[in-house]
Design a protein around this ligand. Sequence first.
Ligand SMILES: Nc1ncnc2c1ncn2[C@@H]1O[C@H](COP(=O)(O)OP(=O)(O)OP(=O)(O)O)[C@@H](O)[C@H]1O
Length: 360
Amino acid sequence: MLLVRKISLVQFKNYPQKIFDFHKRIIGITGKNGVGKTNLLDAIYYLCFTRSYFSSQEQQNVLYDTNGFRIEGLLEKLGQPGKIVCTLKAGKKEISLDDTPYEKFSQHIGCFPAVMIAPDDAEIILGGSEPRRKWLDTMLSQLDNAYLDHLIAYQKILLQRNTLLKQIAESGKNQDALLEILDEQLALHGQPIFDARNAFLPGFNERVQRLYDYLAEAPEHVRIDYSCQLLEMPLIEWLKQQQLKDKMLQRTSAGIHKDDLQFVLNDHPMKTSASQGQRKSFLFALKLAQFEVLKELKNCPPILLLDDIFEKLDEERVSRLVKLVSEDDFGQVFITDTHQERLKNAFGAHADQLQLIVIE
Ligand SMILES: Nc1ncnc2c1ncn2[C@@H]1O[C@H](COP(=O)(O)OP(=O)(O)OP(=O)(O)O)[C@@H](O)[C@H]1O
């Protein structure tokens, strides 16, 4: 099992300095609105992903009017202790495992798998394609370090290619030789990303359907369709074919950065046709399916971070979810709620496994 035993926060978000000890499998975090329940979940997420789930800019993670933070976590994975330290000092970030700093943070991703379910996740269905790609990338990066390395390289080369396209337009100079090199490199990293995304979704769909059936009230058919230009032809051919157009647009119009996922409910797009309840059930099914895959492929259940689920789901769905996460092989679960009694009652039958933390 993977367990967080202790976390120390210094100047992380609203915490000037705070230590939390965790000694049970299910951790209920309660306290009034705005006390820092979500921030505590985010700190745990940070230890696993080397970044915040909620804040895209590091400065947002630093306590107001200070200039750096430190998160230290003591974890236990399959009986082995591990110490992760994440610091931001004078704008410089450092991550270490057992006092050895990582040269590449990507090496850390997937070592301590975790899944977050949070209110903002509705964006995955309702927003543009970016949150869907981000969700898929987070999932696949945890499963395979090579995927993340390809993704980082792809994004870097994409930026270089777009810069070159702008330079060509501005200077009128022939830079075709360089463009060709970048095309080859982009294809080299883009093609395996496509392969991984394409291979992953069919099996994943079966899991999402099963979990949706468990959570939802009515039997409905749900699925995720992968939309990608590379389903038609390889990236290198797309890049060649689009070169003229790209020079005019001054950006790269083909590639896996254009991918999207279509969430479908009974053959209709979920974004426009699903009710709020159906969307919530689908999101939970999606995240729990992610949990299942990680558990199987990592041989260890991920840490599950559930933010505000009692506000989001009706009683029936909450009780099914509680039943699921209470199973002994589920791994460590952190749940936030403003109502201490509600949390206690929900886990009443498993009170021996529940540790309540009240944040004041
Ligand atoms: N960088 C920061 N420095 C100081 N305080 C911050 C920072 N970022 C966020 N906060 C504060 O953290 C608080 C929000 O914390 P959080 O979202 O964890 O609360 P919560 O207990 O989950 O609340 P709710 O029950 O409403 O979901 C807010 O008061 C916000 O002002």
